[in-house]
Design a protein around this ligand. Structure first.
Ligand code: PMP
Length: 429
């Protein structure tokens, strides 16, 4: 295997690599693989870690929480205190400033945007009556965030992601425009870059004074306890920083147990200032007579407290870390030194973020699909599905068994080499 940069190779050398990659590709394709790696979902062994959630209520004849509320009945608009206390410790916001939702934090984000759009944020004119409104979208980012803002017709402005988080110079500049109403953030082990925002980035968000009084930071802390190494990233508490700056009404924090217990059957939460919570209460109490307290109760019985969450996450790490290693080892072994790909080495979260040669991502994803491995669509990590460089690919190592993941990585690396050789040869005319 050559470790010279492919860009420095002669046409003859590139043709040799192309031929070899093509042969390997056809051989792998003939194996008839069938694997979907498009979403970052936990594998069966991870789901089994939380089976105790399902057993917790069977073992119990009492269904009351510590206040005596019968969890089988309606009521408690903001959710069980015991579960809010767990999120309080994980997110660093007082429990009475937390609203529990049902099984999806994404739905709570959607509802928050929806409320801003139809009823306005903090008593201001609804966004739908303000003409064109815009949202800042650190990119690459989480495609479902972008889907929400696109659904409401909110214009999305991409902001580059740096190793410290979003480009804050650009964010501060764009916020001078009063039609810019918010910013999506995944501040810890960001989807898909794996970046954790630096202290300075968090402080600059807290110090942000946007021209729009109804600007909201959508702080999606989905991966707050999802460490993969012994050196967990530390994220500064944005709420505390905002309180120091008097900007706490501006940030809304989201999280869920989707990747702690069960995706689609966990508990979601929203945290913010007392004032923002009061304004969200107005909608929430019209929308529902209460969230699923039985699910909250069984989560409390199983998790106990924030320490219970952290020890459960060690189990996830034991399953996930070797899979991340398989991905990183394959990339290094097959592509290291060729100068045709760069990738993240995340300390947590669910993704390895890969950048291939400009103009090659769609080709690579297409080659993999043809050979039976579905990756996240190229471009999906950018607003409107438009990666201006066509180079970003999101790798989600969690779901496949280790053997299948090895095969998929073999295919991916061959596809990257093939696409790069084609591209470089085309460039030589
Ligand atoms: N935010 C991010 C950044 C995610 O990656 C995901 C997917 N796990 C979600 C939110 C969805 O969370 P939920 O299941 O709570 O809707």
């Amino acid at each position: 295997v050559s470790t010279r940069k492919m860009k420095t190779m002669s046409a003859g050398e590139l043709e040799a690599i192309e031929q070899e990659a093509l042969r390997d590709y056809e051989e792998i394709k003939s194996r008839g693989m069938s694997l979907n790696m498009s979403r970052g979902i936990p594998c069966v062994e991870q789901l089994d870690l939380a089976l105790g959630v399902l057993e917790a209520l069977h073992a119990r004849s009492e269904f009351a929480n510590s206040n005596g509320d019968d969890c089988r009945n309606y009521g408690v608009w903001n959710g069980l205190l015991e579960m809010r206390e767990i999120f309080s410790e994980l997110l660093g916001v007082p429990a009475d400033q937390i609203i529990l939702g049902n099984n999806s934090s994404l739905q709570m984000m959607f509802d928050t945007i929806s409320q801003g759009f139809t009823h306005g944020c903090g008593g201001h004119t609804p966004w739908c009556r303000q003409g064109e409104v815009k949202f800042l979208c650190p990119s690459p980012g989480y495609d479902r965030h972008f889907a929400v803002t696109e659904y409401f017709g909110i214009k999305m402005l991409p902001v580059p992601m740096l190793p410290t988080g979003p480009d804050m110079d650009m964010i501060e500049e764009l916020c001078k425009d009063p039609s810019v109403k918010g910013c999506w953030c995944v501040p810890k082990y960001s989807n898909p870059t794996g970046v954790t925002y630096s202290d300075e980035t968090v402080r600059r968000f807290a110090r942000l004074h946007p021209a729009a009084p109804d600007f909201r930071i959508m702080w999606d802390n989905a991966y707050c306890v999802h460490d993969l190494t012994d050196e967990p990233a530390e994220l500064l508490n944005i709420y505390d920083e905002c309180v120091k700056e008097g900007t706490e009404d501006q940030v809304i924090i989201f999280a869920s147990t989707s990747k702690i217990s069960f995706p689609g059957a966990g508990v979601a939460a929203l945290a913010s200032s007392a004032k923002t919570i009061a304004s969200l209460k107005g909608r929430t109490t019209v929308q529902t007579i209460g969230s699923d307290k039985l699910n909250q109760l069984r989560h409390v019985l199983f998790l106990h407290d924030a320490d219970g969450v952290k020890s459960l996450m060690k189990g996830h790490r034991q399953i996930l870390a070797p899979k991340f290693r398989i991905v990183l080892d394959a990339l290094e072994r097959e592509l290291g030194g060729l100068g045709i790909a760069r990738w993240s080495n995340p300390k947590g979260g669910y993704f390895v973020c890969l950048d291939v040669l400009e103009g090659c991502a769609k080709r690579v994803v297409g080659l993999c699909r043809e050979a039976g491995v579905t990756l996240t669509d190229a471009g999906a990590t950018y607003p409107y599905g438009n990666d201006p460089h066509d180079s970003n690919i999101r790798i989600a190592p969690s779901f496949p068994p280790q053997e299948e993941l090895r095969d998929a990585m073999e295919l991916l690396c061959v596809a990257i080499k093939l696409a790069a050789a084609e591209k470089l040869l085309a460039g030589r005319g």
